[in-house]
Design a protein around this ligand. Structure first.
Ligand SMILES: Cc1ncc(COP(=O)(O)O)c(C=O)c1O
Length: 412
């Protein structure tokens, strides 16, 4: 008996350069399905591109074989092998074997670490503004958010490491997102070394969310925090997933490397079903990502993202600047963090733009300290869609500035 794998339905190929609007609008996921009539969504961190073909084929294969039962016990070991090889090949880091765990997603793993390894009232250092679930994981559990603010330098964003050093005395944990969402900063080795020094001096647990590691746009590699030194490897829980770089956020599978033995012991002491299990579809998709055909997809995707970043750069120095939008180009991720304060759109420019420009960005206040007056734009789309988003933004602000005053002070 033979199973043939039917070709997945349209759109068949990558669609990095062009995508049919009707296809985009028919997508059932939260990004497009939730966009109102005529609105272009560029908020949630899903890419517009179709999921890579190797992933679609793996899922079709799974369904065709007709076995969606419980995963075989050797799946975590197979994934660990692929993941360790990937870390070695891409980042020159040899993770310690036997310290690998699967979680349903990165945010779940962050929340588990916050709850398990700190107590209410403990301080947790976080680079801010921040991907919303990270600061919510801290504040929602009654821990104290110790904000390490992004400061504007002539060349871009730099996190205030002097403040981090002063606050670290009062901290139990450093929760790091690198590459950083929403600024798109990819921390340099010297910046990471300063954070490592303060983690060491203050005996902090480091939870390093590296979900965007594969999405570095500049010509340099991401540095895993645990690769900095033996000491850091022993202090750091590294979190990683295929979800951002291969566009499968809905599949729910993340991996964790647990450096500190105490954390491993705490995890082992949890009731065995407390954390749930990752599905066969999630692990099959992740496995399909960590192969050379999927890496070829990632390379093409990165080329598109770099070209889109160039479009953003031209816009920021032209029409964007003319209408009072400022921003620095991201070094990684597919997210850009725009300052709309000079345009006078109020604390929630995303709200204003949704109403007046029919584009949906992620509004700044959701990103915690430092978010008011900013919004995040997801540029993982085709150049045509990106250009339309940018021209709608510029047009709405310019028209708004010409309109009676109350349009710009509109509280929406
Ligand atoms: C820094 C960061 N961590 C985690 C996530 C989400 O990962 P997951 O869906 O695996 O929880 C995102 C998504 O955009 C993110 O930007």
């Amino acid at each position: 008996m033979q199973n043939s794998v039917p070709a997945p339905g349209p759109p068949l190929d990558d669609g990095f350069d062009e995508l049919d609007e009707a296809w985009l609008r028919s997508k059932p996921g939260v990004k497009w399905a939730g966009a109102g009539a005529g609105v272009i969504p560029c908020w949630v961190a899903d890419m517009d591109f179709p999921t890579p073909r190797p992933v679609r084929e793996a899922l079709v294969d799974l369904a065709t074989k007709g076995d969606l039962g419980y995963a075989s016990g050797n799946v975590p070991t197979l994934l660990e092998e692929k993941w360790v090889a990937r870390m070695e090949a891409r980042y020159g880091w040899a993770p310690q074997r036997g310290r690998f765990r699967l979680f349903c997603d990165v945010v779940q793993a962050v929340q588990v670490m916050v709850d398990m390894a700190t107590s209410p009232g403990d301080g947790i250092l976080l680079l801010t503004p921040s991907y919303p679930p990270l600061w919510r994981a801290i504040e929602g559990s009654g821990r104290r958010l110790l904000s390490v603010p992004a400061l504007e330098t002539g060349a871009g964003w730099a996190f205030d490491l002097d403040t981090a050093t002063a606050q670290a005395r009062d901290a139990k944990m450093l929760l790091l997102a690198n590459p950083h969402n929403p600024t798109g900063r990819v921390l340099s080795r010297p910046e990471l070394a300063r954070l490592a020094e303060l983690a060491d001096r203050n005996r902090l647990l480091v939870v390093s969310d590296e979900v965007h590691a594969d999405l570095v746009l500049d010509d340099r590699a991401h540095v895993p925090f645990a690769s900095l030194s033996e000491e850091m490897a022993g202090r750091t829980v590294t979190l990683y997933s295929a979800s951002k770089s291969y566009n499968l956020g809905g599949m729910r599978c993340a991996v964790a490397h647990i450096g500190p033995s105490e954390v491993e012991e705490q995890l082992a002491a949890l009731p065995s079903e407390f954390l749930g299990r990752v599905s066969v579809a999630a692990t099959a998709s992740t496995m399909a990502c960590w192969t050379s055909p999927a890496d070829a997809w990632l390379d093409r995707c990165l080329s598109r993202l770099r070209a889109n970043r160039d479009i953003l750069g031209q816009w920021l120095s032209g029409p964007g600047a003319d209408c009072g939008v400022r921003g620095f180009l991201p070094e990684g991720t597919y997210l850009s963090w725009f300052d709309f304060r000079p345009a006078g759109l109020g604390d929630e420019p995303g709200r204003w733009l949704l109403e007046h420009a029919k584009v949906k960005l992620s509004d700044g206040p959701h990103f915690g300290p430092g978010g008011a007056g900013f919004a995040r734009l997801n540029f993982a789309t085709t150049p045509g869609v990106l250009e339309e988003i940018l021209s709608r933004v510029a047009r709405a602000i310019t028209d708004g500035a010409r309109a009676p005053k109350n349009l710009l002070s509109d509280p929406h």
